[in-house]
Structures are given as structure tokens and as C-alpha cells.
Design a protein around this ligand. Structure first.
Ligand SMILES: N[C@@H](CCC(=O)N[C@@H](CS)C(=O)NCC(=O)O)C(=O)O
Length: 238
């Protein structure tokens, strides 16, 4: 039976972290909100009474199971897709890394929505400029240098963030680098020489056969000004 992914149509958003894992594994899945009537089905799910409805997409349905939150979904999918470390201790570490990524993604979102998610970017531009400046100066380097250090410290080599083989965390790091490069091209250019292991990981994942095929396909939606990673030149480093 196919997995069902529920996520807002028209943007990569947080759904993309799930799509990349499913695509790498060649899993059978339906991107429900991109099918006719799919968005309605997703809204119905969010408004349902039982089982406990998720607060927000992305949501994964596997038979009777309904799972929300990117990190939670990937913790569930990882072992099923062959994208999780073999033992419990490492799986907990993978989940911790994914939750750190979740925090990073929230801060990336807040660069264009520092005051209110319910307002447009255009209604909070001065605050966004101040927030993005601090993000690029302090927060992005702090997160990126952390992931770089963890990669470099992997006793099995820096090809993967933990253990000997590919995990969902590696795939999420690919999306992170891809998105930051799109959103903040100037700032990212100056930080790239300082994150060689992350840069190599990004390139290696881009060339994995299933990922390369996915990126070329119509299933990969382009970055745009509705997603988490948005390119507003005025927010990029000067
Ligand atoms: N922690 C959640 C965040 C989920 C989330 O913020 N979803 C967004 C779309 S990317 C949403 O629809 N939020 C609705 C809201 O916050 O009101 C995750 O990692 O999946």
C-alpha cells in the first residue's frame, strides 16, 4: 500500500524533507494535496475529531497510522526505507539532529516572518531585514558550523552525518543547503568555503541516481515565495 503525504500544494515547504526520503528509497507514495480534491481531503483531516488530528502538515498516512511533524515522520520512515542507523543509540542521535534541523528551519522561516505568520512579508519588511541580518551574522553560521563539525567528527568519515551509511538526516541537510543557497546566494557564497564537508555532502546527494531523477522530474516543485526558503534580495547579505 502506498504512503500518503499530506502537504500544502504549490510549494516545497516542510513537505520536501519527507519527499526526499521517499524519493531516495523509491517508495510508492501519493502527494495527496497535488491530486484533484486532495487539499480538501487534507483540510478534512485537520478538522477531524478522531483519531487525534494533527496540528499542521506535513502529515504522513500509512494505513491507519497518521503521523505529523517532519522529525517524527522521518523517525518512523527511516527504518522502513533503509535510511536509519542500525542501533537505538544512533537512532536517537539521528532524531536529535533532525530536531536541531527543525529548529533551524523555524529560524529560517522567521527571517521573512519575524513578527507574525498570519501577516504578509510585505507587512513586516523592516523587522525582516533586522532579523535576517542577525540570522546571517550569527544563527546560520552557528547551525551550519555545528553540522559541519559533526560531519567532520564522524569516525566513519565525513560522507554521512552519522554512521557508515545514508540516513534521512543527510537528505534533510541536502535540502537545507539547497534552500539556503537559493534564499541567500550572496551570504551563502561567503560561508561556503567554511563548510567543505557539508558542501561535499550536498554535491554527493544531488548526484545520487534517485535524487537526480527526482530533481529533474515534475514532482520537484521549484523554490518560490510561498515556501520556507524565499529569495528576497534585500534580506541577503550586502
Ligand atoms: N514542527 C512542525 C511544523 C509544522 C508547520 O509549521 N507546518 C506549517 C506548514 S510548513 C503549517 O501549516 N503551519 C500552520 C500553523 O502554524 O498555523 C514540523 O516540523 O513538521
Amino acid at each position: 500500500l502506498a504512503y500518503k503525504l499530506y502537504y500544502w500544494p504549490g510549494l516545497q515547504g516542510r513537505g520536501e524533507f519527507i519527499r526526499l526520503a521517499l524519493e531516495e528509497a523509491g517508495a510508492d507514495y501519493l502527494d495527496v494535496a497535488r491530486t484533484p480534491g486532495g487539499t480538501q481531503a487534507m483540510l478534512k483531516l485537520l478538522e477531524s475529531h478522531a483519531p487525534i488530528p494533527p496540528f499542521a502538515p506535513p502529515i504522513l498516512q500509512d494505513g491507519d497510522l497518521l503521523i505529523s511533524h517532519v522529525a517524527n515522520i522521518l523517525q518512523y520512515l527511516g527504518p522502513k526505507l533503509g535510511l536509519a542507523p542500525p542501533d537505538e543509540a544512533q537512532r536517537l542521535t539521528a532524531h536529535a539532529l533532525q530536531l536541531t534541523l527543525t529548529d533551524f528551519v523555524a529560524e529560517i522561516h522567521d527571517t521573512h516572518h519575524p513578527i507574525a505568520s498570519s501577516l504578509y512579508y510585505e507587512d513586516q519588511k523592516p523587522e525582516a531585514k533586522a532579523r535576517a541580518a542577525d540570522f546571517l551574522q550569527n544563527r546560520a553560521p552557528k547551525y551550519l558550523f555545528y553540522f559541519e563539525r559533526v560531519l567532520q567528527q564522524n569516525p566513519h568519515g565525513p560522507a554521512h552525518i552519522l554512521g557508515k551509511s545514508l540516513t534521512t538526516v543527510d537528505l534533510s541537510l541536502f535540502q537545507l543547503i539547497e534552500g539556503l543557497h537559493y534564499a541567500f546566494p550572496r551570504a551563502f557564497k561567503s560561508i561556503t568555503p567554511q563548510i567543505p564537508a557539508l558542501t561535499a555532502l550536498h554535491t554527493a546527494i544531488r548526484h545520487r541516481p534517485n535524487i537526480a531523477a527526482y530533481l529533474k522530474s515534475g514532482r520537484r516543485q521549484p523554490f518560490n515565495k510561498s515556501g520556507i526558503f524565499r529569495h528576497y534580495p534585500e534580506l541577503d547579505a550586502g
